[in-house]
Design a protein around this ligand. Structure first.
Ligand code: C2E
Ligand code: MG
Ligand code: MG
Length: 544
C-alpha cells in the first residue's frame, strides 16, 4: 500500500503540472498582448512598422512598460497559485484517503468478525471453535500436555422458546453466554455451536479433575435464577466431557465423542456431567457407530431418498413430491431420518447431507420430466444450511446441472427454525424467491411465528403440521387450528397444504374447507422413485 507521503507528493506533482500548463498559456497570451500593443503603438505614432518605430514605441510609451511586466507577473503568480493549490488539494486527498482506509479496515474487521462469531451472543461460532481446537491439539502435542473439551446443552430450552417466545429465548442465551464466559479463564474458549448448545475448550489442564472442576463451576453459574422480562427461571444443564489425547486425535472425532458424552449426560435429569466412555451403554455404542459412519454413508451411497406425493385436492392429481431421506444401514437396516438428522446437525454433517439430498431430488425430478411427468420436488432444508451464504449459489449450480427451472424446486423450512435470525432469514429467502425457488413453511403451528413477520416473508406455501391434521376429526381445537390456518394462508396469498392426511374422512373435510394440497398415508406413504413413477402413470392420483 502506498504511504501517505507518497500519495501526497504524487498528487501534488500532478496538480502542479496541470496548473503550470495553464500558467504557461497565460504567459504566452501576455507576450502576444505585449507584441500586438507594441506594433499598434509603433504604427499609430510613426505611421509605419519598422525596427526603429518599434524601439521608439517601447522607449517612450510607459503603458507598454507596464504591459511588458505582465508575462513575468503571470509566470510568478501561476507558480505561486499552483504550489498553493497543489499543497491544499494534496492535503485534502491525504486526509480523505486515510479516512477511507480506516473505514475499509473497520469494515474488513467487521466482516471477519461476523463470519467467525455468533451474532446473538458474540461468542466464537462453530467454525472459529474448530480452528481453536485444532490449534490447541497442535500445541498440546508439541508440549505433551492434555486438554479437555466440554459440550453443554440446556435442558428444556425449546420449551422456553415456545412458551415465552423467541425474544425471551434470545435473552436467556445471552445471559447464559456471559455467565459461561465469566466462569472460565482468559485462555479458555467458550463458543456457541448451535441453538442452545455451547462448548468450552480448556487448552491447558494439569489433570483430568481440573476439567471436572470447571464443569461443576459452569453448573454452579447456572444455578442462579435467570430473569427474563420479570419472569424468574431455573434452568438445568448437561455437560459432556472428553480429553485429548485419550479420546481422539482430531477435532471431528473429539467433537463427536463429546456429543456422545453429552447425550449420555442428558439421560440423567438435573445438572449432570458425563465423561466419555465407549462402554457406557448400548445406545451410545449405536449412536457412536452411526456418528462415525454417517460421513461414509453420505459420500458413498449409503443414503437414499423416498418421496411422498403432494396432491391437488380439487383435481386429485399429484403435483409435487416431498423428498425424505433414509439411511440403508448394513447392520441396523433402513433408518428413519429421526435417527440421524439431529446427529448430522450437531456434527456439521448436515451440510453435505442436505446438498446430497437436493442433488438427488433434482436428478429424480429431471428424470420424471423426461418421462413426461412435470412435477415439483420439495426438500427439507435446516436453517443452519439455509443461512450459509453460499446456499443460493450452490442451489443454482445444482439446478443448472440438472437443467431444471428453479420453479420446480420447493424448499421446506420449519416454522420454528425461521425465527432464529429473522432479518438474515428474510434476506436469504428473498434471494431464493428472486431466482424462482419456492419456499414452504413446514410444521406450521408448532413454531409461534408472528403474523407480522410471516407477512414479510416471500413464502408460497404453508404446511399445516400433521399433529393438528391427524387429530382434527376428534379434537375440536385441532379442527379450529387447521381451518383457521387454511384461511390464514389464503389471506396471505399462499397455498395451504395439510400433511399427515392419514384417512379419507380427513381429506373430505379439507376439501370442504378449501385446502389446496394434501400429503399423507391415505394418499401414499413415502416410497421410492420407481413407485412414484407408477403412481404418476397409473393410480387414482395419476398425472394424466
Ligand atoms: P417432515 O418434513 O414434516 O416430513 C413429514 C413426515 O411425516 C415424514 O416422516 C412422513 O413420512 C410423515 N408423514 C406424512 N404423512 C403421514 C401420515 O399420514 N401418517 C404418518 N404417521 N406419518 C406421515 P419422515 O420421513 O420420517 O421424516 C420425518 C422428518 O425428518 C421430516 O419431517 C423432516 O423434518 C426430517 N427429514 C426428512 N428428510 C429430511 C432431509 O432430507 N433433510 C432434513 N434436514 N430433514 C429431513
Ligand atoms: Mg417437510
Ligand atoms: Mg412437516
Amino acid at each position: 500500500m502506498a504511504s501517505t507521503i507518497q500519495i501526497f507528493t504524487e498528487f501534488s506533482r500532478a496538480l502542479r503540472s496541470t496548473v503550470t500548463r495553464q500558467a504557461n498559456w497565460g504567459i504566452l497570451l501576455a507576450i502576444l498582448a505585449v507584441i500586438a500593443s507594441t506594433l499598434f503603438v509603433a504604427y499609430m505614432s510613426a505611421g509605419e512598422l519598422s525596427i526603429g518605430a518599434i524601439g521608439e514605441a517601447q522607449r517612450k510609451n510607459y503603458a507598454l512598460w507596464v504591459l511588458d511586466t505582465m508575462p513575468v507577473i503571470f509566470g510568478l503568480w501561476g507558480q505561486y497559485i499552483g504550489s498553493l493549490l497543489a499543497f491544499e488539494a494534496g492535503a485534502l486527498v491525504v486526509d480523505q484517503t486515510s479516512k477511507l482506509r480506516t473505514q475499509t479496515e473497520a469494515l474488513e474487521v467487521q466482516v471477519l468478525h461476523g463470519s467467525t462469531y455468533d451474532r446473538l451472543t458474540d461468542l466464537p461460532n462453530r467454525m472459529l471453535f474448530h480452528d481453536r481446537v485444532e490449534q490447541a491439539i497442535n500445541n498440546a502435542k508439541r508440549n505433551q500436555e492434555i486438554m479437555a473439551l466440554l459440550v453443554l446443552d440446556m435442558d428444556e430450552f425449546k420449551e422456553v422458546n415456545n412458551t415465552l417466545g423467541h425474544f425471551s429465548g434470545d435473552m436467556l442465551l445471552k445471559q447464559l453466554a456471559s455467565r459461561l464466559r465469566a466462569s472460565v479463564r482468559e485462555i479458555d474458549t467458550v463458543a456457541r455451536l448451535g441453538a442452545d448448545e455451547f462448548a468450552v475448550l480448556l487448552p491447558e489442564i494439569r489433570q483430568k479433575d481440573d476439567a471436572i472442576h470447571v464443569a461443576r463451576k459452569l453448573c454452579q453459574a447456572m444455578e442462579r435464577e435467570f430473569i427474563l422480562g420479570g419472569i424468574n427461571l431455573n434452568m438445568l444443564m448437561s455437560i459432556g466431557v472428553i480429553f485429548f489425547p485419550e479420546h481422539g486425535g482430531d477435532v471431528d472425532t473429539l467433537l463427536q465423542k463429546a456429543e456422545v458424552a453429552l447425550y449420555l449426560a442428558k439421560q440423567t435429569k438435573g445438572f449432570s456431567i458425563e465423561v466419555y466412555s465407549p462402554e457406557n451403554d448400548q445406545h451410545s455404542t449405536r449412536r457412536l457407530t452411526l456418528l462415525g459412519e454417517l460421513r461414509q454413508a453420505i459420500d458413498h451411497g449409503g443414503l437414499l431418498l423416498h418421496y411422498q406425493p403432494k396432491v391437488d385436492i380439487s383435481s386429485h392429481r399429484i403435483v409435487a413430491v416431498e423428498s425424505l431421506v433414509r439411511w440403508q444401514h448394513p447392520q441396523y437396516g433402513m433408518l428413519p431420518p429421526d435417527e440421524f438428522i439431529s446427529l448430522a446437525e450437531r456434527t456439521g454433517l448436515i451440510r453435505p447431507l442436505t446438498y446430497w439430498v437436493i442433488g438427488e431430488a433434482l436428478k429424480q425430478c429431471a428424470a420424471w420430466q423426461t418421462h413426461g411427468f412435470t412435477i415439483d420436488v420439495a426438500v427439507n432444508v435446516p436453517v443452519s444450511v439455509l443461512l450459509d451464504s453460499t446456499f443460493p449459489e450452490r442451489l443454482e449450480a445444482l439446478l443448472r446441472q440438472h437443467r431444471l427451472a428453479a420453479g420446480r424446486l420447493v424448499v421446506e423450512i420449519t416454522e420454528s427454525s425461521l425465527m432464529e435470525d429473522q432479518e438474515y432469514a428474510l434476506q436469504l429467502l428473498s434471494h431464493l424467491s428472486s431466482i424462482g425457488v419456492r419456499i414452504s413453511i413446514d410444521d406450521f403451528g408448532t413454531g409461534y411465528s408472528s403474523l407480522a413477520y410471516l407477512r414479510r416473508l416471500p413464502v408460497s406455501e404453508i404446511k399445516i403440521d400433521q399433529s393438528f391434521v391427524m387429530g382434527m376429526l376428534e379434537n375440536e381445537n385441532d379442527a379450529v387450528i387447521v381451518h383457521a390456518t387454511i384461511g390464514l394462508a389464503h389471506n396471505l396469498g399462499m397455498t395451504a397444504i395439510a400433511e399427515g392426511v392419514a384417512e379419507a374422512a380427513i381429506l373430505k373435510k379439507l376439501t370442504v374447507w378449501g385446502c389446496n394440497l394434501a400429503q399423507g398415508h391415505h394418499i401414499s406413504p413415502p416410497v421410492d422413485g420407481k413407485a412414484i413413477t407408477q403412481l404418476l402413470g397409473n393410480s387414482e392420483w395419476r398425472m394424466h
